[in-house]
Write a protein that binds this ligand. Structure first.
Ligand SMILES: *Cc1c(COP(=O)(O)O)cnc(C)c1O
Length: 345
């Protein structure tokens, strides 16, 4: 079986037969000319033309940064768009299901619910380890998607490529590996596995290490056939001219220095938190945040709010009782947090 024959049976019938909306400018690729094809305003104010629906320049730039081919890359309105597209492309509402590690990113479950897809949560091990056997045991004929977030939000740990591949090799559906925090991790990206594993979809984002959360740009890296399906189902103009232009400029500046600073701050913060009375445990992190077990998360959360510091209270989340998730900020912001926690009684 070739790769497309492996993927195709997982695609919803109506999507397999879809012919995409052809935009006015799909037929003419030139830059110059008199454009009377798209009912745009002819008065040039910088924004009167529709954006490039294929995002060619931005895709070329990001592909170069990631060391991939642009045919392996999809760009969406945040990772959220890519997550939603996974359900719309692969899952039949009311019939199919998706499996995910738990706790993890809340958006998978929201997207499952809005698409009327059963969502099966599989608890991580007590040390937040990957429950390989249980994940596979929760799959059946109708399991089209599996979500593994690595580094995982909110636990902060990354799984090894080997253990993710062991699950990928046994799972018959589409394995979505969410690598939103991969730039902060020592564990390598699964991008290197997509050539040998046509059913793996890697999600990344410009929202975290790249500092572009306000622009809303999410990446999916996968087999060209999956990318072509995503491009077909997305809104034609999902990234505006402004977003494409600003992102291209922002990507000229590397992020290594900032990532190194955040990683250094993360380790420094972990050290300082250790000696604070109300802190019980700091979990190892491959991300730009720390999950911290405290004596009383609700009360410390409210105390910090009073001081004008907002952290994420994960007290109600599975395996995260009394835990706060704390993003790594600027050194002076981190110091403020430490000072207030030291004053907490
Ligand atoms: C922050 C985050 C994202 C990023 O979402 P965007 O829509 O791209 O901003 C994706 N996945 C996880 C697990 C995250 O924590």
């Amino acid at each position: 079986m070739n790769d497309i024959e492996i993927i195709q049976p997982l695609v919803r019938g109506n999507i397999r037969e879809l012919s995409p909306y052809s935009t006015a400018r799909d037929e003419y690729q030139g830059e110059l000319g008199v454009f009377l094809d798209a009912n745009e305003s002819p008065y040039d104010n910088g924004w009167n033309r529709y954006p490039d629906p294929h995002q060619k320049l931005l895709k070329d730039k990001i592909s170069q940064i990631k060391g991939i081919q642009s045919q392996n890359l999809f760009l969406g309105n945040g990772s959220d768009e890519a997550i939603d597209l996974m359900f719309r492309i692969f899952c039949t509402p009311g019939k199919d299901n998706a499996v995910s590690i738990d706790p993890s990113y809340g958006m998978y479950q929201v997207a499952a619910a809005t698409n009327d897809i059963e969502f099966r949560k599989v608890a991580l091990g007590n040390d937040f380890s990957l429950p390989q056997e249980q994940l596979l045991q929760h799959c059946d004929q109708n399991t089209k998607l599996m979500f593994i977030c690595s580094p995982n939000n909110p636990s902060g740990n990354a799984f090894s490529q080997e253990e993710i591949l062991e699950v990928a090799d046994k799972f018959k559906g589409i394995l979505v590996v969410d690598e939103a925090y991969i730039d902060f991790s020592e564990k390598g990206s699964m991008i290197s596995s997509i050539a040998s594993h046509p059913r793996i979809v890697v999600l990344q984002t410009l929202s975290k290490a790249w500092g572009l959360a306000g622009l809303r740009i999410g990446l999916a890296i996968a087999h060209p056939y999956i990318i072509s399906l995503m491009s077909m189902v997305k809104y034609p103009y999902n990234l505006s001219c402004a977003v494409q232009k600003i992102a291209l400029e922002a990507l000229e500046n590397g992020i290594e220095d900032k990532v190194e600073c955040i990683k250094r701050e993360r380790e420094a913060m972990a050290q300082k938190l250790k000696s604070i009375a109300c802190v019980e445990e700091i979990y190892p992190s491959d991300a730009n945040f720390l999950l911290v077990k405290t004596r009383d998360a609700d009360s410390i959360y409210n105390y910090l709010i009073d001081k004008g510091i907002i952290v994420r209270n994960r007290n109600k989340v599975k395996l995260c009782g009394n835990c706060l998730r704390i993003s790594i900020g600027l050194p002076e912001e981190n110091q403020q947090l430490i000072s207030y926690l030291n004053q907490y009684e």
